[in-house]
Design a binder for this molecule. Structure first.
Ligand SMILES: Nc1nc2c(ncn2[C@@H]2O[C@H](COP(=O)(O)OP(=O)(O)O)[C@@H](O)[C@H]2O)c(=O)[nH]1
Ligand SMILES: [Mg+2]
Length: 437
């Protein structure tokens, strides 16, 4: 909130704009190649930046790859290159320039002065994505914290004066009118408050989780790195689903789709905020918090880009983060996407050998998608056990629960109880243990 105010637009303004604008905001990307970041990696990072921009509904109209030999303190890249970037961005009628690197506050200001456009660095782009994906109270607080910490060094008087004149479409709103009354002390106070609030919120987390457990429809979270093809896969898998809009599905958040599984079954698929390479340090906790829904899912569908040379390393990072957020025990189906881009079949065979149970797919060609749907269904029912339970009439609500959640195979009445034989989802095993006969 502070950040968006500080930069001269409000978040509501942004989403309003995204919804009502005749055309989406046009963005020009600047890719960075350095001694440490080679050509290939720079290109793939630029692809990731494009995917991040698309997540925010921005239209990428072009990009300039820049090789940085010596960092120019004023603009990060050399002045000649900077002029070239600005000229290309303007020729393409871009509204903003997105930098594939973190810019210092001074550099960002200089770029805005030079171009007259809004200039965002990687960190700000990511914060904006997280802000839109913070579904829980805790995630909201974490993201706000990240915003404030990003904002503090950008608070200098000259910067906030300039921020009111930001070019581009967001910046035009209320140009020069906003009285910014943000001071460092106010922000520090808010940071302290957030940290206190966070302690309270964490305590209620378990309650939330229990409530989630009761939802009748199983949920899967699609996880993986940005640009792996998560959103594309979500679209492909949900295409076959019935479009009937009953109450439940009408209230879903926009990133959740339904997918048909098995005979008449439904699965809710949620697109999670993607892992990002070189995630700026201050954003790690915010990222984990926005990913937390993965921990309450019944299943994880992990998508990895098998054409990315970093694929194996991404799998390791993903696994360790999932463990950290408490999703380590959630059943997982691993799909190696973009198989169409890999020319050497042995590359894919090696991945599959190292990861038993994983599948190779291509959302682009459709290859492997039917098999993936089968694997998802199998994973959802894998932990289900055939049980026989005797539910006394005093606990009749549990009979209803079984009808909703389990596959009932037989049901017989006794004097004061119902005896049910069913395939019980794993997550209810504990709840029914004492009723088993
Ligand atoms: N060649 C190829 N490209 C793909 C495939 N799946 C997705 N993509 C592309 O990869 C980019 C990132 O996809 P997206 O679904 O936005 O990834 P996300 O960031 O994980 O949600 C897009 O340009 C997609 O068109 C695939 O199977 N093959
Ligand atoms: Mg996506």
């Amino acid at each position: 909130m502070y950040l968006t105010k500080l930069l001269g637009y409000s978040r509501r303004t942004m989403s309003e704009l995204l919804e009502t604008a005749l055309r989406p905001e046009r963005s020009w990307l600047v890719g960075i190649q350095t001694d440490k970041v080679g050509k290939h990696e720079a290109e793939s990072l630029l692809g990731e930046l494009g995917s991040l921009a698309a997540t925010l509904g921005l239209e990428v109209v072009g990009s300039t790859p820049v090789r940085v030999r010596e960092r120019n303190p004023a603009l990060f890249v050399g002045t000649g290159k900077a002029d070239e970037v600005v000229a290309s961005a303007k020729a393409a009628l871009a509204d903003s320039i997105l930098f594939d690197h973190v810019l210092s506050p001074v550099q960002q200001r200089n770029w805005e002065e030079l171009s007259g456009l809004s200039v965002f660095d990687r960190a700000e782009l990511i914060i904006r994505i997280f802000a839109g994906r913070a579904l829980t109270k805790e995630a909201g607080l974490q993201v706000e914290l990240a915003e404030l910490e990003y904002a503090i060094p950008r608070l200098s008087h000259s910067y906030s004066a300039l921020s009111r004149q930001r070019g581009g479409r967001y910046g035009n709103k209320g140009k020069g009118e906003q009285k910014l009354e943000l001071d460092r002390r106010g922000i520090e106070r808010r940071i302290h408050e957030i940290k206190e609030e966070m302690k309270t919120v964490r305590k209620s987390r378990d309650t939330q989780r229990k409530r989630r457990e009761k939802t009748a429809v199983p949920r899967a979270a699609v996880v993986g790195y940005t640009n792996a093809g998560k959103s594309s896969l979500l679209n492909a898998l949900s295409k076959a689903a019935v479009l009937a809009e009953d109450k439940l599905f009408a209230t879903l958040d926009p990133t959740t789709r339904r997918m048909s599984v098995g005979k008449g079954g439904t699965l809710l698929l949620t697109d999670t905020v993607g892992f990002v390479r070189n995630l700026p340090h201050g954003l790690i906790e915010a990222f984990k918090a926005t990913l937390e829904e993965a921990a309450t899912a019944d299943l994880l569908v992990e998508v990895a880009d098998v054409s990315d040379p970093e694929c194996e390393r991404h799998l390791v990072t993903t696994a360790s983060v999932l463990r950290e957020i408490g999703a380590g025990e959630v059943p997982r189906v691993l799909a190696f996407n973009k198989a169409d881009l890999v020319e050497e079949p042995s590359v894919i065979a090696d991945f599959l050998a190292r990861h038993p149970g994983a599948l190779a797919i291509s959302v682009r060609t459709g290859a492997g998608l039917p098999e993936l749907a089968v694997a998802i269904e199998a994973a959802l029912t894998a932990g289900d056990g055939r049980v026989r339970v005797r539910v006394p009439d005093t606990d009749y609500a549990l009979v209803a629960l079984l009808h909703r959640e389990a596959q009932v195979l037989s049901e017989t009445r006794e004097d004061d109880a119902t005896v049910i034989e069913c395939l019980l989802p794993q997550k209810f095993a504990d709840r029914f243990r004492s009723f088993q006969v």
